[in-house]
Design a protein around this ligand. Sequence first.
Ligand SMILES: Nc1ncnc2c1ncn2[C@@H]1O[C@H](COP(=O)(O)OP(=O)(O)OP(=O)(O)O)[C@@H](O)[C@H]1O
Length: 617
Amino acid sequence: MEQYNNHKLAITNHNNKGGFDVREKGKSSVAKLLYYAGGHKRLTVLGCTLSGIAAVLSMAPYICIWYVVRGVFAAMPDYRQAGDLVRYGWYALWFALGSAAIYFAALMCTHLAAFRTAKNMRKAAAKHLLDVPLGYLNVSQSGKLRKQIDDNAGMTEQMLAHELPDLVGAVVTPVAAIILLFVFDWRMGLLCFIPLVLAVYLLTRMMGGKNARFFSTYQKAIEDLSAEATEYVRGIPVVKVFQQTVYSFKSFYGAIMRYSKLATDYAMSCGRPMTAFTAVLNGTFLLLIPAGMLLCGAASNGWAVLVDLVFYILFTPLCAMMMTRIMYASQAVMEADEAVRKLDQIMEVDPLPEDVRPQSTTGCDIELKDVTFTYPGAKSPALKNVCFQVPAGKTVALVGPSGGGKSTVASLIPRFWDAGQGKVLIGGVDVRNMAGHELMDKVAFVFQDTHLFKDSLLENIRAARPDATRQQVLAAAHAAQCDDILSKMPQGLDTVVGTKGVYLSGGEQQRIALARAILKDAPIIVLDEATAFADPENELLIQKAFEKLTAGKTVLMIAHRLSTVQDADNILVLCDGAVAERGTHRELLQQQGLYAAMWRDYQTSARWKVGKEASAV
Ligand SMILES: Nc1ncnc2c1ncn2[C@@H]1O[C@H](COP(=O)(O)OP(=O)(O)OP(=O)(O)O)[C@@H](O)[C@H]1O
C-alpha cells in the first residue's frame, strides 16, 4: 500500500471525525471502544460508575451484620436490650437490595451501549471497506473479512456489557475492602490481606509473560483452523474423485494439532498458578480461624474480638469473589484488546486517495503512460513500463501467456489498484484526479467472475442504473441475448437467482453481466475474459451480446480465444508484464513472433477439437 501513503494528492481521511482517528497507533482499545460507542459513550461511563457504587454498597451489609453480632454479644443474656438489631438487619437488607438494583441498572446501561458499540464497529468496518482499493477485496477472502468484522465486534460486546463494569467494580472494591479489613482488627485484617497480595502476584503470573500474548496466538490459531476447515469442505469433491483419505488434508490436520497444542500448553502453564490462586483465596480460613481463636483467648474483651472474627469470616469470601472477578475481567480486557486489534487491521488499510479538486473530461480514449505496478507484498512488478493507447471508439485487445499482466492492466483502469509509476489516463485526465463516480459512469466493466446478488434478475441488471425502467431493463436483457434465460425462469425477469434451486450457468451469468453493461451505456468498455466460462452455444450468444455492447464504444478487451480478437483495431501481446508485440492481427502474423506462435497453437487446438468431434460422430 506504499503507493497510497506516498501519494501526492490530498487525501480525505474518512476515519477522522471529531479529532479522533481510530487508525492512530498507541490509542488504547478502551479509548477506541468508547469512540465507537458514539453518543452511547455516556451510558458506558454511567454504567461503570453505577457498577462501582454498587460494588462499594455491597460491603455495607457486612458492616451492618457486624453491628448486629456486636449487639447480640453486648446484650447477652438479655436479648430484649438489643433494640437496634432489627434496625441494622433492615439496613443490611436495604443495602443488599440497593446494591443489586444499582448493579442491575449499571448492566442495563452497559448492555445498551455495548450493542450500539458493536453495531457501530460493524458499520465503520463495512463503510471503510467501501473506501479501500477494490483490489484489497479481491485478495482478501470475503468469508475471512466477514468473520474478522463480525466475530471481533461481537467479542467486544461481551466485554463492554459485562466485564468492563465488573472490572470497575472489582477495582473500586479492593480500595474500600482494604480500608475495611484494617478498620476492625488490624491483625486479622493483615491475615486476610496477605492472601490477597499473593493472589494478585499469581494473577500477574497467569496473565503476564508468555501468556500475555496467548489471546493473539489463540485467535490466530482459531482463524487458521476455520480457514483450513473451509478449505477442507471445499476440497471434499477432489478427495472423493481422487480416492484420497482425510489425511491428504495435512494442513487442516496440522491446524487442529497446532490449536490443540496451544490450548494444552496454556492450560498446563496456568495449572499451577491457578491452583495456587484458588487455594490461597479459599484457604484464608485455615489461618484466620485459629488465629482469631487465639486472639479471643488472649484478649481481655474476648467477645469483642469474636465479633470481629465473625465479620472477617463473612467478609473473606467477598474478597475471594472480588479477585476472581478481577481475573475474568482482565481476561476479557485482553480478549477485547485483541478483537480491536483485529478490526484495526481492516481500518488501517488506507482508503483510496480521492482528489479534493477532481477534474472532468469529455474524452473517451484510454492511455497507459509508462505504467509500472507491483502488487502489495510482491517482490517483482506485475507490469513494467507499459505504454499504449485505446483511441475513442476503437477496440484494443490484450493477449498473451498466462500471468503476462492482462488482468492487472484492466484492474488499473477502475482503480482496483493505482499505478506505482506512470499514469492511467481517460480522456487525457489521470484516473486518480477524476471523481470516483465520474470514472465509474464513464466505464463499464465485465470481469471474469460475475457476481449476481441474491435478488431478482430485474434488480441484478438494474444494479448498473438504478433509475432504469422495467422496459429499459428488458431491452438490455434482449440485446444481451438473455431472452432464453428469462423465458425458462419461473417468474421471468422477477425470478430471484441464487435461491430455491434457481442457478445460472457461467455463460448465462456472463450474459446477465453484459445486460448490466449494456444498460449502463458507458462510452468505455473493459472486458476481461468474458467468454472464459462459455460453452460453444453460449459463446455464440455472448459474441452477439458483445457486438451490441461494444458498437461505437472505446473497448479494451482481454481474451484467450484468439478468434475473438482478430477484428480488433490493435492487439497488444503482454508477456512478463511488458508489451512484447503490438499491431493488427495481420501485422502480428507477419512479424512471426509470439503472437504468430500463439495463433498457430490456437489453430492446431481448434483443428484437434474438430477432428476429435468428427471422429466421435
Ligand atoms: N493479487 C495479487 N497479488 C500478487 N500478485 C498478483 C496478484 N494478482 C496477480 N498477480 C501476479 O501478477 C502477474 C500478472 O497477473 P495477471 O492476472 O495480470 O495475468 P494475466 O495475464 O491476466 O493472467 P491470466 O491470463 O492467467 O488471467 C502474475 O505473475 C500474477 O501472479
